[in-house]
Every structure is written in structure tokens, then in C-alpha cells.
Design a protein around this ligand. Structure first.
Ligand SMILES: Nc1ncnc2c1ncn2[C@@H]1O[C@H](COP(=O)(O)OP(=O)(O)OP(=O)(O)O)[C@@H](O)[C@H]1O
Ligand SMILES: [Mg+2]
Length: 638
């Protein structure tokens, strides 16, 4: 497509846009796949035996023309009462072979199909389970579309390979070898003609394929682009309409569509002449064999049955060869997909070297802390010491950053030498312009990412020493971009703590000030939320996210306020919701509205990953620095 200047971004190349792919290490990948077969060795073995039986039955069926002509027809030509015993004998044998072939085909499909479906399920489970263990960094560097295509395209192609391509390849090889040997056995002289013709056909096909393959690859790539473009345009419909880019989108799509049309018709044309060409060559071969064979029959060096049977075989000998090339390329493609699946499975999971765990505690008779199974709402950190004994320290919510430096990508530090502390029950606010690193700080506390320099301690423990699950259990986060799952409002609140009762969820919603709007929804708490909360407003989604954090009832809370503008009434509701939630906890709050931060114990002003000012509201105003500018210059911080 000619380059056009356009404001609509280029669609990314879809996963199918890579053209015909070759695996880097086909043998190694296949060996790795074998692991998945080990539970199905018996059905696979029976399935493969069935493949062999049905292929051989197929080969054998053509042979019977020879005894039928030679033994059941020719001896009785002109007889008044021909003896049909031999004919019936042969026909019954043929019937038996056909039945055996059909039964074998049925079991082959059934057994191998089942095996492929089970292997597919197992791989899908493995991939999904592994995805849950991957660090966020993996998601940062791999697009959703790419990961989705592991689940859809790659695993699907793999199943096709196991259930269809592999058995067909084997069947084609057996058929070809069987047919070849039988033909040699029938007449090696006529076979010479077939071999020469096969060589000519292969050469002719190679010439055409060389040209058509490039068009097919291009066609596949452009198809990927067209699909990617359509997907992006569907996803981005709102933005397209906002900026009136409908015409540009149509124009660009036309360009891509034209290109696809061009590649497709060229590919079709070359693909189209392939069959007539091989077809004609096959007829030519048939004619030559007929003439030569007839000559041989007349001269008495061959019987009629043999030439009949041979001609029959000569028509089918090329079929398995075509099949083999076709299936081989499908298999290579599937192995390339399997390689990508394995690459995902090989991606390093999130490391968790933490040993300190979170436990429920209660006070013993002498005021000492005792671990308990019951939910006491008092939490403790349980540390196993070197001598095997355990000690329990009360969870207070004291968080400190000590000279922390962090970069998402090496060489581009986002946080520089950050030091701060939050004492239990304190409210620490972060303010600063967009991209300053506020969200990043909170991502480090719960170890979404690990610091490169410095340490973060939680109640005196380095966060790296705390088991990740337990660390995250002790903190609740209201993320900047709220995400809701498909389910009822109640389910979404309960996501904060799965064993919370309905009453606890409702209490949490009341605390978060979400109860009011929920009770006005058509089905109240049972209202279904679809597609990430599309049926709710931005503010309502946030209130639900706060309720979700409230139900978790954590000692430490991180609130990353969304930047979206919401009406002042909802804003006030959210503020009240947050205030309700903050009481008695250590809170990190990232606020874009100064009204939210004003009553914090300490306010950190961040700029380019550095804390440039700190203090409470009054002292920062008195300093007349950046905070003062932000506060007096504009109401909104970003
Ligand atoms: N996952 C990521 N990978 C690489 N860089 C990132 C990632 N997330 C954030 N950044 C970069 O880190 C910097 C700080 O981002 P951060 O999200 O902490 O900003 P913020 O202060 O929360 O901004 P906002 O007020 O807009 O929420 C930005 O320059 C951003 O481009
Ligand atoms: Mg942010």
C-alpha cells in the first residue's frame, strides 16, 4: 500500500501477520510436546495402529481389480453359466477390508481427537496457571493481543496438528509407500514411467510454488494487518468519532483491503493453475501407461488384470505426495506456535524468597502474642528464626523507604533516592505532576516491582523477606485504573475478601459511601456488571473499588485516586468514602484534588522521581514552594 499521511495510527501486525513460520528447533519442540503425551500412550498407540490399518486397507482395495479381472471374469468370458464363487470370494474379502478400514478410521479419529483435546486442555491450563505467576514486568513487555493469540491461534493449531495433520501425514506416508511397493510388484517396467512422470510433476510444482508462496505469505501478512486494523478500529470507535476520523479510517482500510485483494488474486491465480497442470500431467501419465500397458498385454508380457489394477493405482499415487507437503507445512506452523507457547511457559515467574508470613494473633494471658486460627482482626508477622523457633511481631503498619532508586527499564530511573516513612495510623499523601512517579512508589510497597537500590521496610522487615501473598494481603489498594470483573456488584465487592458475608460487603459499601448508588441500581447488589463496569459511571466504579478495599479491612491502605473528572457530588462521596476507610490505618494516598490531601500527616511533593518538598499542608504553604504554586495556581494538580 502506498504510504499515506494519516492521523489514524498504523495497526500493529496481528499474530498471523508473520507469514509462514518455521520453528527454530522443530525436533526439540516436538520432544517437549512428547511430555504431554505420556498419559495417553495406549490410546495413541492404538490410534496409530488404526491409522496404519485404514491406510493399508485403502491401498489394498485397488489391488482386487487384478484377481477380479484375471480370475473371476476372463476365465468365464462367453460361458453360459459362469461360476461366481471366486467373484463372491473376492468381493467378500474386499468388503471385509473396507469394513476394517472404516472401523479403524473411526477409532483413529475418536482416539486421536480425544487425545488432542485433552492435551489442548492441559496446555491451556498450564499456560493460564503460569500466566498468573508472571511478574507485571512480563505484561509490560508483551501485548495482550500477543498473549491472547497463544490461547487461541497457537493452541488451536497445535490441536489440529495432533488430531489431524500428524495422523494424515503418517497415513500419507504409509499409503505412498504401500502404493509404490504394490505398483513395483505389479510391474516394475510401467513403474519407471510413473517415476519419470513424478519427477516432472514435482519439478513443475516447485517452479509454480516458488512464485505463489511469496504471494501466499504476503496474503497472510496483509490478512493479519486487515484483522488488526479492524480490531483496533472497533476498540477505538469512540476516539475515532471524537476526532472525526471516520473518513481517514475508511480510506486507510480501503488501501489495506485493495492490497489484500491484489495479493489474494495473484495467489489464487498461481494456486489455481497448479491443479489443472498436475491434473493434465496425471492424464498424460495415464494415457502413456495405457498405451504401453496395452502393448505389453498384446505382446503377452502382462495380463489384463495387472494393467487394470496398475492404472487404478497410477491415479492415486500423487495424492499422498500432495498430502505430505501440505501436512508438513501445517505441522511446521504448529510447531512454531508450540515454540511460542513454550517460550511463555519458560518465562520466569515472580520470585518470592520471602519467609515471613501473616497470621491472625490474639493476646495471651501475659499480654504475649499467640498465633490463632480464628479471625481476630489483629494481625502479626510470623518469622521463622535460624534455630527453627518462631517469633511473632504485631502488624502495625510502619512503612519506610530508605534511599530507594527504581527504574522500569534499566538506565531510565523513575524514582531517585527516595526516603520517607509512614508511622502506623498516619496518612501520607503524594502529590506532583503526572508521570512524576506517584503510582510507581505504591507499586514498590506491595512488590509489583522490586527496587534496584535502597530498601523498603514494613514493620521493620525488608519487604523482600515477607511472603508476597501475605504482604499483599496486609495491604489493600485502590488502583488508579479500576478494574471490575463480570459478576454482580456483590461479587465485585467480595473480591476484596472472598469469605466476607453479604452483610460485611454491604457494611463495606456503606463505609465507602457506595451503598447509596448501589441501592438505586435496578437489581441493587445483585446487578450484573458487564465488560469492566461499562454499565456504571466512572465515579461509581471508583466507589465500588473503594468498597472492595474496605471489605478487605487491611491495616495499610493505598489509594491511587483516578484522574478522571467526576461531578462534585460524586467527588464529595468518594472523598467521604475514602475518609471513612482511612480511619485508624496507615494510608498512602495519591491525590489529584488538594481537598483530599489537606488533612494528611505528611505531604510529599514529587517531581521527576524525586521528593522535592515535604511537610504538612500549613508548613508547605508557608514555604511558598511547588506545593504552594500548585495549591494557589490551580485547584487540580494534573
Ligand atoms: N509499566 C511501566 N513500564 C515502564 N515505564 C513506566 C511504567 N509505568 C510507568 N512508567 C513510567 O514511570 C514514570 C512514572 O509513572 P507513574 O505512573 O508513577 O506516574 P504518576 O505520578 O502516577 O502519574 P499520574 O499522576 O499520571 O498517575 C512515567 O514516566 C511513566 O512513563
Ligand atoms: Mg499514577
Amino acid at each position: 500500500m502506498a504510504e499515506k499521511s494519516t492521523n489514524v495510527p498504523r495497526p500493529p501486525r496481528g499474530p498471523r501477520g508473520r507469514g509462514v513460520e518455521k520453528p527454530k528447533d522443530a525436533v526439540g519442540t516436538f520432544k517437549r510436546l512428547l511430555v504431554y503425551f505420556k498419559d495417553y500412550i495406549v490410546p495413541i498407540a492404538i490410534g496409530l495402529i488404526c491409522v496404519a490399518i485404514s491406510s493399508l486397507a485403502n491401498v489394498a482395495s485397488n489391488y482386487f481389480l487384478k484377481p477380479i479381472i484375471n480370475e473371476a471374469i476372463i476365465p468365464f468370458i462367453g460361458h453360459e453359466n459362469p461360476d461366481l464363487t471366486r467373484l463372491i470370494q473376492i468381493l467378500l474379502t474386499m468388503l471385509a477390508i473396507y469394513i476394517a478400514g472404516t472401523v479403524a478410521t473411526y477409532f483413529q479419529r475418536r482416539l486421536l481427537g480425544d487425545m488432542a483435546a485433552k492435551v489442548q486442555e492441559k496446555i491451556r491450563t498450564n499456560v493460564f496457571d503460569h500466566m498468573q505467576t508472571l511478574p507485571l514486568k512480563y505484561y509490560d513487555t508483551h501485548s495482550t493481543g500477543d498473549m491472547m493469540s497463544r490461547f487461541t491461534n497457537d493452541i488451536g493449531t497445535l490441536r489440529m496438528m495432533l488430531s489431524q495433520s500428524m495422523p494424515q501425514l503418517l497415513s500419507s506416508v504409509i499409503t505412498f509407500v504401500g502404493v509404490f511397493i504394490t505398483m513395483l510388484f505389479l510391474s516394475w517396467k510401467l513403474m519407471l514411467i510413473v517415476i519419470v512422470m513424478l519427477i516432472i510433476m514435482t519439478l513443475a510444482l516447485r517452479v509454480i510454488t516458488k512464485h505463489s508462496v511469496s504471494y501466499f505469505i504476503k496474503q497472510q501478512r496483509v490478512t493479519g494487518e486487515v484483522n488488526g486494523y479492524i480490531q483496533e478500529m472497533i476498540d477505538g470507535q469512540k476516539v475515532i468519532k471524537v476526532f472525526n476520523h471516520e473518513d481517514t479510517a475508511i480510506h486507510d482500510f480501503d488501501g489495506l483491503n485493495d492490497e489484500l485483494n491484489r495479493c489474494a488474486s495473484n495467489a489464487q491465480f498461481l494456486g489455481g493453475i497448479m491443479w489443472p497442470l498436475t491434473g493434465n500431467l496425471a492424464y498424460l501419465q495415464y494415457a502413456i501407461i495405457s498405451v504401453v500397458g496395452a502393448g505389453m498385454v498384446i505382446s503377452g508380457t502382462m495380463d489384463v488384470g495387472t494393467i487394470g489394477s496398475f492404472l487404478q493405482y497410477s491415479r492415486t499415487v500423487t495424492q499422498p505426495l500432495n498430502m505430505i507437503t501440505q501436512q508438513a507445512s501445517t505441522i511446521l506452523n504448529a510447531l512454531a506456535g508450540a515454540e511460542r507457547i513454550f517460550a511463555l511457559l519458560d518465562a520466569d515467574p515472580e520470585v518470592d524468597e520471602g519467609t515471613i508470613t501473616l497470621v491472625n494473633v490474639k493476646y495471651g494471658p501475659n499480654g504475649e502474642l499467640l498465633e490463632t486460627e480464628e479471625r481476630t482482626d489483629i494481625w502479626g508477622w510470623k518469622e521463622t528464626l535460624e534455630d527453627g523457633s518462631t517469633s511473632i511481631r504485631l502488624l502495625k503498619g510502619d512503612v519506610r523507604f530508605d534511599h530507594v532508586t527504581f527504574a522500569y527499564e534499566e538506565g531510565h530511573p523513575v524514582l531517585n533516592d527516595i526516603s520517607l516513612y509512614a508511622k502506623p495510623g498516619q496518612k501520607i499523601a503524594f502529590v506532583g505532576s503526572t508521570g512524576a512517579g506517584k503510582t510507581t512508589i505504591t507499586n514498590l510497597i506491595n512488590r509489583f516491582y522490586d527496587v534496584q537500590e535502597g530498601t523498603i521496610t514494613y514493620d521493620g522487615f525488608d519487604v523482600k523477606k515477607i511472603k508476597k501473598d501475605d504482604l499483599r494481603h496486609s495491604l489493600a489498594m485502590v488502583l488508579q485504573d479500576t478494574h471490575l470483573f463480570t459478576g454482580t456488584v456483590m461479587d465485585n465487592i467480595r473480591y476484596g475478601r472472598l469469605d466476607a458475608t453479604d452483610d460485611e460487603c454491604i457494611a463495606a459499601a456503606k463505609l465507602a459511601n457506595a451503598d447509596f448508588f448501589i441501592s438505586h441500581l435496578p437489581q441493587g447488589y445483585q446487578t450484573m456488571i458487564t465488560g469492566d463496569g461499562e454499565n456504571l459511571s466512572q465515579g461509581q466504579r471508583q466507589l465500588l473499588a473503594i468498597a472492595r478495599a474496605a471489605v478487605a479491612d487491611p491495616p495499610v491502605l493505598i489509594l491511587d485516586e483516578a484522574t478522571s473528572s467526576i461531578d462534585t457530588r460524586t467527588e464529595r462521596l468518594i472523598e467521604l468514602g475514602m475518609d471513612g476507610l482511612m480511619k485508624g490505618r496507615t494510608v498512602f494516598v495519591i491525590a489529584h484534588r488538594l481537598s483530599t490531601v489537606r488533612n494528611s500527616n505528611a505531604i510529599m511533593v514529587l517531581e521527576h522521581g524525586k521528593i522535592i518538598e515535604r511537610g504538612d499542608h500549613d508548613s508547605l504553604i508557608a514555604d511558598k514552594g511547588r506545593y504552594y504554586q500548585l495549591y494557589t495556581g490551580m485547584f487540580e494538580l494534573s
